[in-house]
Design a protein around this ligand. Structure first.
Ligand code: DGL
Length: 274
């Protein structure tokens, strides 16, 4: 098998906040990013739909030759990853790997909290799946986990309203609902790859002393370790420092928005998944 880029997938733009950190941590690798913007957001969609869409995306990456695909989307990681890893991969491509963002995050989140109470903010899909409390319990059985879905944050961000004064209302609304569950939470995870764009506003409204955690750095360090421990897979990943961007929607619109999430200009192409 010829070496190929590492695939990075999100429902839309959010995964670019992860790719930005991957590029920083592992600049030598090639990456191919796919945003399923035509069908975003995934947050409110059913298990079956998120699984179906994510599987189509994974197959698309395999057609591009990728051996390693990162689901840089919590919703897809929560609702589709396990089935793809356990049911689809063994018959589809037993030598390829699909990894998500939840596992690496839960491996370390408990170490960041002194009160042993953490808050998780995510899409409705991620929160309803209970993936975070379930995974965290494996590593930190005594950790108390409080969750809050923030269904209006992704639309705010995707529509460029997240820096406007109206956004404060929706930031306060969900923070208030979370901290009403416990005022001992000292560590707050943004468990949606879109939310780092709201981080500054969230910090303005956070109770004193609460630590805000984003996933990019955690996921990229975890991938670096994974590649170190799996040299055969690392060899399947091409290393020329190249980036490619694809969207299932309009490429020009993608380019316009993408720089907000990625921090630099990108050139994108349209693709159909089928
Ligand atoms: N960025 C995705 C995540 O991390 C969700 C956005 C969406 O609802 O599509 O969950």
């Amino acid at each position: 098998m010829a070496a190929a880029p590492i695939g990075v997938f999100d429902s839309g733009y959010g995964g670019l906040t992860i790719l930005k950190e991957l590029k920083q941590e592992l600049p030598q690798y090639d990456y191919i990013y796919l945003g399923d913007n035509a069908r975003a957001p995934y947050g409110p969609r059913s298990y079956d739909t998120v699984y179906q869409y994510t599987l189509e995306a994974v197959n698309w990456f395999f057609k591009q030759g990728c051996s390693l695909v990162i689901l840089a989307c919590n919703t897809a990681s929560a609702k589709a990853l396990r089935t793809i890893q356990q049911k689809d991969l063994p018959k589809l491509a037993p030598d390829k790997r699909v990894l998500g963002v939840i596992r690496p995050t839960t491996e370390i989140l408990g170490t960041l909290s002194s009160s042993q109470q953490v808050g998780i903010l995510g899409t409705t899909g991620t929160i309803q799946s209970d993936s975070y409390p379930i995974e965290l319990a494996k590593f930190f059985p005594h950790l108390q986990v409080f969750q809050q879905a923030c269904p209006l944050w992704v639309p705010l961000i995707e529509n460029g309203e997240h820096t406007q004064p109206g956004a404060d209302y929706f930031v306060q609304l969900y923070l208030h609902q979370l901290f009403a569950q416990s005022n001992q939470i000292d560590t707050l995870l943004l468990a949606c790859t879109h939310y780092p764009l709201l981080a500054d506003k969230i910090k303005e409204h956070l109770p004193k002393g609460v630590k805000l955690v984003t996933q990019g750095g955690i996921v990229s360090k975890s991938l670096a370790k994974y590649l170190e421990n799996h040299p055969a897979m690392a060899q399947q990943c091409s290393q020329q420092g190249k980036l490619q961007f694809y969207t299932t929607d309009n490429a020009q619109a993608f380019e316009k928005q993408a720089s907000l999430f990625f921090g630099q200009k990108v050139e994108a192409k349209h693709t159909d998944l089928a």
